[in-house]
Design a protein around this ligand. Structure first.
Ligand SMILES: Cc1cc2nc3c(=O)[nH]c(=O)nc-3n(C[C@H](O)[C@H](O)[C@H](O)COP(=O)(O)O)c2cc1C
Ligand SMILES: [Mn+2]
Length: 499
């Protein structure tokens, strides 16, 4: 499977796969689109291309990532874990032995070399160039998502900046409240790389915003990479070919040549505006706060540019699958730092940073607590509020099984560890913003080596009886066998969609 080259190829692929519906009726980006999308996402429905968005000249694409199948199609893999395996095989490279391994090793090294973006001179989004007074965000069907939002905001941008000191590129996805035809707010939260570039700027910082990319490049903007790693490198690696970049018209930043729309401009120290409140993925309205103003100096686009959008709100929403892709893709990197980790799950209902369930191969007392501290010290996972640790044989994606362990295996006085540390910018629960309590729950088996009583044995049916009953099931005349094999995956999907 190859990944789509741009948004057009992606839309064509979705149509061939029966994964896209075109809506030709006039639909209002003010609330109406949100309600349609929310229902469609929760029903596991298709991507939607609104061809006639009220008040705008350009069409609106939404729900492109709304199911696991579409997220896999977007990444060009059969299962999300396959994208992770590709990264894992590079991270775990050993010095090769023998010719076959050497050739294989060279291929892997080439895949890294090929992921570096390359510069090209032409881009379709240079067909229409609006500068200065001509910049007009009113042309775009920017959604006004929730009734309590003060304005429409751009929801699915790839925001590009450069570290003023090192020159390293950063790409992130941050909502952009429309202020007027030529400016927006830039919602760079406290712990994000984009904000660090802004804080390091002496005066002005150039910013470019790419809208309507191929789905891998769009996904990469949301990926929580360490600051010094360019998100377009990850995109190139996942695509298997370099991201092609082209220079902006009014500043020196490079943007993906396949973009539908590009907003070029700048932010400035001290130039802030009141942003929000907006309904966000926490399920609540985030508080209004001061954020930088993004001044658009040029708006460039394809003549028939398609504007991409996403609706975030009470989980589960479309961003669930962007988050799940990150969960899977980053597992190999997490295992590199914390090798006893077998698997982990970020429940969608926990808005990704409120809870992490992690299974570990335990070999010494205190290891679950070691893993909790490791998670609280690892990239954006450090913002995690609660960590649940289970043994390696527990399926972390099966929340009923995890709940069983948490209730059965925990002595709250002994196994609940309270700590404190940084919390997500939008977390409304802690008394102080940005800082508060953390909880670790050790739901692993304990034994005498950890100073407890003898741990009882878990009930398991004998393997030969299981296969005997499998074989004879038809004879009993009970009816169809209850789903058993493969049941886990289906169960977790049901949980994700249950409301
Ligand atoms: C749909 C969507 C909207 C997002 N909106 C914001 C936002 O408004 N502000 C923010 O700081 N992060 C937001 N995020 C999360 C960031 O994109 C994510 O943390 C990313 O890793 C930031 O990149 P950076 O670490 O390079 O700054 C959003 C993510 C998604 C998927
Ligand atoms: Mn980054």
């Amino acid at each position: 499977m190859t990944a789509p080259a741009d948004l057009r190829e992606w839309i064509a692929l979705l149509e061939r796969e029966g994964e896209l519906v075109r809506v030709s009726s006039e639909v209002d980006p003010y609330l109406e689109v949100t309600e349609i999308v929310d229902r469609t996402v929760k029903a596991g429905g298709p991507a939607l291309l609104f061809e006639n968005a009220k008040g705008a000249t350009q069409p609106l694409l939404v729900n492109q990532f709304g199911t696991e199948r579409r997220m896999c199609l977007a990444l060009g893999v059969a299962r999300l874990d396959d994208a992770a395996a590709k990264l894992g095989s590079v991270l775990e490279m050993q010095p090769p032995e023998g010719l076959v391994e050497k050739v294989r090793g060279l291929k892997k090294l080439k895949s890294i070399a090929d992921s570096r973006p390359k510069t090209v001179s032409r881009a379709a989004h240079h067909d229409v160039v609006l500068e200065g007074e001509d910049v007009d965000l009113d042309r775009l069907p920017i959604q006004h998502c929730w009734p309590g939002d003060p304005a429409p905001f751009i929801t699915l941008p790839a925001v590009i900046t450069q570290d003023p000191q090192t020159g390293t590129r950063n790409v992130g996805m941050y909502r952009m409240q429309k202020l007027d035809r030529r400016s927006t707010a830039m919602h760079w939260q406290l712990h994000k790389d984009g904000r660090m570039d802004y804080m390091a700027a002496d005066g002005r910082l150039d910013v470019a915003v790419a809208l309507g990319l191929d789905p891998i490049a769009t996904y990469s903007a949301s990926a929580p990479l360490p600051k010094h790693i360019d998100e377009f490198m990850l995109a190139g690696f996942l695509k298997g070919e370099p991201v092609e970049l082209v220079k902006c018209k009014t500043n020196d930043l490079l943007v993906p040549a396949n973009a539908e729309i590009v907003l070029e401009g700048y932010v400035e120290q001290g130039d802030l505006t009141l942003e929000g409140p907006f309904g966000d993925h926490t399920g609540y309205y985030s508080a209004a706060e001061q954020f930088p103003v993004f001044h658009v100096t040029a708006m460039t686009m394809r003549s028939d540019a398609i504007y991409p959008s996403i609706v975030v709100g009470k989980p589960p929403a479309e961003d669930a699958w962007l988050g799940k892709a990150t969960e899977r893709i980053f597992l190999p990197a997490i295992k590199m730092s914390v090798p006893e980790i077998v698997d982990y799950d970020l429940p969608v209902a926990g808005a990704f940073h409120n809870c992490v369930i992690v299974s570990i191969r335990k070999s010494f007392p205190g290891q679950p607590q070691k893993v909790m501290h490791a998670i609280w010290g690892l990239g954006l996972l450090s913002l995690t509020k609660s960590v649940v640790v289970v043994d390696e044989h527990v399926d972390v994606h099966d929340y009923e099984d995890v709940f069983f362990r948490v209730t059965a295996n925990v002595d709250p006085k002994r196994d609940v560890m309270l700590s404190e540390g940084p919390l997500d910018h939008l977390d409304h629960a802690p008394t102080r913003q940005f800082y508060g309590g953390k909880m670790g729950i050790d739901a692993t088996h304990k034994g005498p080596e950890e100073g407890t009583r003898e741990w009882p044995e878990e009930i398991e049916m004998a393997e030969e009886i299981r296969s005997l009953v499998d074989r004879r099931w038809g004879e009993y005349g009970i009816g169809a066998a209850p789903e058993e094999t493969n049941g886990h995956e289906q169960r977790s999907l049901r949980q994700l969609l249950r409301r």
